[in-house]
Design a protein around this ligand. Structure first.
Ligand code: CAA
Length: 390
């Protein structure tokens, strides 16, 4: 039985900050962002857009009404959860109208969470072949005004439907994971922004990449020659480029190197304009590759490197299936063009916006016209979401 991604979709928030504007405001050479980090823009989310609304939008963009009645598991992977107890997946299950006899829960390990969710989904379908699992990787990356990570913020959600006989790609049985107990990036419960050992985190990312890859090659006897592309976790594309260059040590023909480079470039098109979406960013890279590369075909094998601070990393691979291109959206870039650009002043206002609850623990929100789903009210500490009627 083959199991894999049957459908994949993406949603991001309604606002965008151009990094040229941020660079000017922070007195930084804009090329530090465009060339030093390989980022042009980052998506910014207001209070009414959170991981639930983004996940619901991403999910709704790929699901038919029939599929909503067939899904029996909803997993939200996130490191920007909105409740310590109730899973974001429960809210999304309700918003999408998924049939009631489903298991819904949240999963966390920094940017690695969605990879663990995919593996769990695969095991579930192996056990129960007619099942369909909705995996949502949803995050808002928020580092802080003037923080070193400020230009690498972002927000968005990737939705993936996992089934048997998938129409886009199948998983190979070749996962190799690694865990190290380190403090490179973490967010205690009392803080809305993470603590980051920036340079150390980049060193750990690259070292986990190298060591996990070496173990992968040893276990499976595959080299880069067996793949047409490698997708990376993308905290910012330049770090992935450094990782990509490290892997090129294998003996590769000039032609193969050029193909891998072309596919790497295709894999960073979306992240370059969205920023870091934490656990979804590897899969935004995969989506970007599938929708922007011109030379992919059925049977091609793609390697994926997942990294979540703390840290857990994993290498695994997937294989494209016949007709995969029919289930993609080659015009997706238009979604990014539609976002409203914020001035730096407006972005800072959105950044500092907080929910002010009254004595009963309630607050109402009103400015959510440009969203598909919105957080509309908190009533006695309960969050209420709704599809926005246009
Ligand atoms: N023109 C072109 N390039 C320039 C430039 C200019 N005028 N000025 C600087 N640069 C280059 C630098 O040379 C550097 O490139 P190299 O890495 O190739 O040397 C790059 O721009 C970045 O500049 P700095 O080294 O001065 O670093 P910084 O102060 O901007 O901080 C960072 C970089 C530490 C990564 C920071 O963005 C950060 O803290 N980010 C958040 C943490 C993060 O993303 N870590 C990644 C690994 S952890 C992970 O993957 C999980 C996750 O998602 C968070």
């Amino acid at each position: 039985m083959t199991i894999g991604i049957d459908k994949i979709g993406f949603a991001t928030s309604q606002y965008v900050l151009k990094l040229q504007d941020l660079a000017n405001a922070r007195g930084v050479d804009p090329e530090k962002y465009t060339k030093g980090l390989l980022l042009e823009e980052i998506s910014i989310a207001p209070l009414t857009e959170d991981i639930v609304t983004l996940a619901a939008s991403a999910g709704n963009s790929i699901l038919t009404e029939e599929e909503k009645q067939e899904i029996d598991m909803v997993i939200v992977a996130t490191e920007s959860g909105i409740d310590q107890s109730k899973a974001a997946a429960v809210f999304v299950h309700g918003l999408l109208g998924i049939q009631p006899f489903a298991r819904s829960f949240e999963i966390k390990e920094a940017c690695y969470g969605a990879t663990a969710a995919l593996h769990y989904a695969k095991l579930h379908v192996e056990n129960s072949p007619t099942s369909k699992v909705l995996v949502l990787a949803s995050d808002i990356a928020k580092y802080g005004i003037n923080a070193p990570g400020e230009p690498t913020q972002g927000s968005g959600s990737i939705a993936m439907l996992i089934t048997q006989n998938p129409r886009i790609l199948s998983f190979n049985d070749d996962n190799v994971a690694q865990t190290r107990d380190i403090n490179d990036f973490w967010r205690p419960n009392y803080s809305i922004t993470p603590f980051v050992n920036g340079i150390y985190s980049t060193q750990q990312y690259l070292d986990c990449l190298q060591t996990t890859w070496e173990e992968y090659k040893k276990r499976f006897n595959w080299t880069l020659n067996d793949f047409v592309a490698v997708c990376f976790h993308l905290p910012y594309p330049k770090l992935a480029l450094k990782g990509f260059n490290k892997l090129l040590g294998d003996s590769l023909s000039q032609e193969k190197q050029e193909l891998l480079q072309k596919h790497f470039d295709a894999s960073i098109v979306y992240s370059n304009r969205v920023g870091n979406i934490y656990t979804g960013s590897l899969f935004l890279g995969l989506l970007s590759l599938l929708e922007n590369a011109e030379t992919l075909k059925a049977g091609d094998r793609i390697a994926l490197f997942s990294y979540g601070s703390g840290a857990v990393s994993e290498f695994f691979s997937v294989e494209l299936v016949e007709g995969y291109e029919k289930y993609l959206d080659k015009d997706r870039i238009k979604v990014l063009d539609k976002r409203k650009a914020l001035s730096v002043q407006e972005y800072e206002k959105v950044f500092y916006e907080e929910t002010h609850l009254d004595d009963s623990g309630s607050a109402k929100f009103s400015s959510y016209e440009d969203q598909e789903y919105a957080l509309v009210e908190i009533l006695e500490h309960h969050r209420y979401y709704s599809k926005v009627e246009k």
